[in-house]
Design a protein around this ligand. Structure first.
Ligand SMILES: [Zn+2]
Ligand SMILES: [Zn+2]
Length: 130
């Protein structure tokens, strides 16, 4: 019995020694660990949610956020999104498609006007008959 407790005690002591070694002498390792921890958490200030398993990378600030702060508008990239959308809006392709849409709407409006005109004409003829 006494021999078993002795070995356990020695094992515990060894563990403590290793821990002391890791924190005292290997400064670079601890720094790297800290960096890893920072890397694996949400970049939003005051948020410490882990993003190592599931996170959202923002393409505007290239930072990693948790699902709650992944939207650019929430973590402060709203201005960048607006600028990006404006650029898309001014893109010639979107302008062309908008022009097409406008023409289609014009056609529809013209057709409706014609239908209204025809209806009025019918009303006029029926009235004149009576
Ligand atoms: Zn962002
Ligand atoms: Zn977060």
């Amino acid at each position: 019995m006494s021999t078993i407790t002795k070995t356990v005690e020695s094992k515990v002591k060894n563990k403590e020694k290793n821990l002391k070694k890791a924190t005292d002498s290997n400064d670079l390792d601890t720094v790297l660990d800290n960096v890893k921890k920072i890397d694996a958490t949400c970049c939003f200030t005051k948020c410490k949610k882990r993003t190592s398993d599931f996170g959202i990378d923002c393409k505007y600030c290239s930072s990693r956020f948790c699902t709650a702060h992944g939207l650019p508008e929430i973590h402060g990239c709203g201005e960048a999104v607006r600028r990006d959308e404006q650029r898309k809006f001014q893109h010639p392709y979107t302008a062309l498609s908008q022009d097409k849409h406008g023409k289609a709407a014009d056609k529809l409006a013209a057709k409706l006007k014609q239908m209204q005109f025809e209806r009025k004409a019918k009303q006029c003829t029926s009235k004149s008959k009576k």
